[in-house]
Design a protein. Structure first.
Length: 82
């Protein structure tokens, strides 16, 4: 995703870094929550898997990596409509 944004000069480069304390504080203010809650609110720790679907014969149409591969086209669409 960072690569797609950098390609369109939305960000300076494709480097992804962790948010520092100051950034977490600002994000917390925007979310109206404490800094310590930011990671959970933005990323979460969901470990759900689609086992039931597989047990009845369902197969995914796309691989888990597909969302990252399709991100470039998604960003193009979003940026065209801003």
């Amino acid at each position: 995703m960072a690569e797609a944004l950098a390609k369109r000069t939305v960000v300076d480069d494709e480097t992804v870094v962790l948010a520092d304390d100051a950034a977490l504080e600002e994000i917390g203010k925007a979310l109206d929550s404490p800094k310590a809650s930011v990671h959970v609110q933005l990323g979460g720790h969901c470990t759900f898997t689609a086992r039931r679907g597989q047990s009845i014969g369902w197969e995914s149409q796309y691989s888990p990596e597909h969302i990252l591969e399709a991100a470039d086209a998604g960003f193009t669409l979003i940026l065209q409509h801003l």
